[in-house]
Structure formats: C-alpha cells, structure tokens
Design a protein around this ligand. Structure first.
Ligand SMILES: [Zn+2]
Ligand SMILES: [Zn+2]
Ligand SMILES: [Zn+2]
Length: 209
C-alpha cells in the first residue's frame, strides 16, 4: 500500500494518520497535532530568521514569511476559496450568515458576527480567544457607545476603545478589561487620550460653544 493510501485508510477508520492511534479528530490525534504544530512553528521561525520563504526556498523581502511568488499564489487561493461562499454567507467560516451590514462589502469583509468579533479580538487584543468577552461587553453595554450612548451596529460604526490608551500604557494593550465599545467617531475624537483627558477636552469644547 502506498503511503498516501495507508494514510487515507487510517483516516477512514477513525485512526490518526500519523501514529495510527484511535482519535475523534479528523486527521491527526491531539498528540501528533501538538508535535506537528511545534515542529512547524520552529521551522517557520528558523526560516524567517534566514529570510527564506516558508513554502519554497526563495529569498523573502521585508521580513515576510513567504516570497512574492508564494504570496501571490496564497492570495489567489484564498480569493478563490472565499468566492465559494454563496451570497449572504460568511466567506471565512462559510457556515454562518454574513452580518447584514457587510453583505455588499468587499469580498474579504463579508463575514459573520462571530468571525467579525474574532477578527476584532485578534487585532485589538492579540488573540481570537477574547471574542466571547468582547460580545459580552457589547451586550452589557446594550449595543450602545459608552460615551455618546449612540447605537452601535457591527460593521457600520463599531470601534473598540482602549480605556488606557495603548500608546501610553503598552502593558495594558492586550488586557481585555481595558477595552470598551464606542462608535468610530468617538474613538477618532478620543485618539490617544485616556478617559479623564477625553472628558476634560469634551467639557472645554462644550463650554465654548
Ligand atoms: Zn497520532
Ligand atoms: Zn516561496
Ligand atoms: Zn464566519
């Protein structure tokens, strides 16, 4: 039996494709997944250090993981993959409904509530694992901006504010207790101000007009 056939045979029988132990996962058991992940992590780190593409052996530019050619291929592959999602369905998970506000957005932005929150958690707090916490916060705020009280609609006017701004408090940049939902307008105005500075500014403006 060829290697690929043997591997497929194992998968079909609910066995790990690598070690052959029974598993309830799709391809590899949890132990083999862990070993593979760690191996890949080290391989990538080493290649990045040497400016070698992680997919081929070409040189990379600008400290990227892949060379220009591979990046182009990956992009094409991803686009083709996202185009498979029917209209109104999330292009990332392809199971949930796309946020109504994003149905007509650019291809890559047509995502569901969960994927949207995961993306926000990743960019604002450095990990997707905080997405549920972000949702709970938004629900606790009753989908209203902390400062203006305006209604917040995901994909339209939502923004995540760092109560203690990242620029002045880098140690609190990925602290989930340091964020709150505000409208984009409010966040632009607040910028790098902390809560007290922002309120003082708003008061000064209010008193003059
Ligand atoms: Zn295994
Ligand atoms: Zn490459
Ligand atoms: Zn999704």
């Amino acid at each position: 039996m060829s290697y690929d056939k043997a591997k497929q045979n194992r998968i079909n029988h609910g066995l790990c494709a690598k070690c052959g132990d029974p598993t309830d996962r799709t391809v590899y058991c949890s132990m083999c997944t862990k070993i593979c992940t760690e191996y890949n992590r080290q391989r990538r780190a080493k290649r990045r250090e040497l400016d070698i593409c992680c997919a081929c052996d070409n040189k990379t530019e600008n400290n990227r993981a892949y060379c220009q050619k591979c990046l182009q291929k990956i992009r094409e592959y991803r686009t083709a993959d996202k185009l498979k999602a029917p209209r109104g369905v999330c292009v990332t998970c392809r199971t949930e409904q796309c946020l109504p506000s994003l149905v007509d957005a650019k291809l890559y932005q047509r995502i569901c509530k969960k994927c949207y929150l995961k993306k926000a958690a990743c960019t604002q707090l450095g990990s997707v694992k905080y997405w549920k916490q972000l949702l709970r916060k938004l629900e606790n705020q009753q989908f209203c901006c902390v400062y203006s009280g305006d209604k917040i609609t995901l994909g339209v006017n939502d923004s995540i504010d760092h109560i203690y701004p990242k620029s002045k408090y880098p140690d609190r940049a990925i602290d989930p207790s340091n964020v709150q939902w505000v409208t984009r307008t409010v966040n632009w105005a607040k910028g790098c101000l902390d809560h007290d500075e922002f309120i003082a500014l708003v008061r000064r403006i209010h008193d003059r007009f």
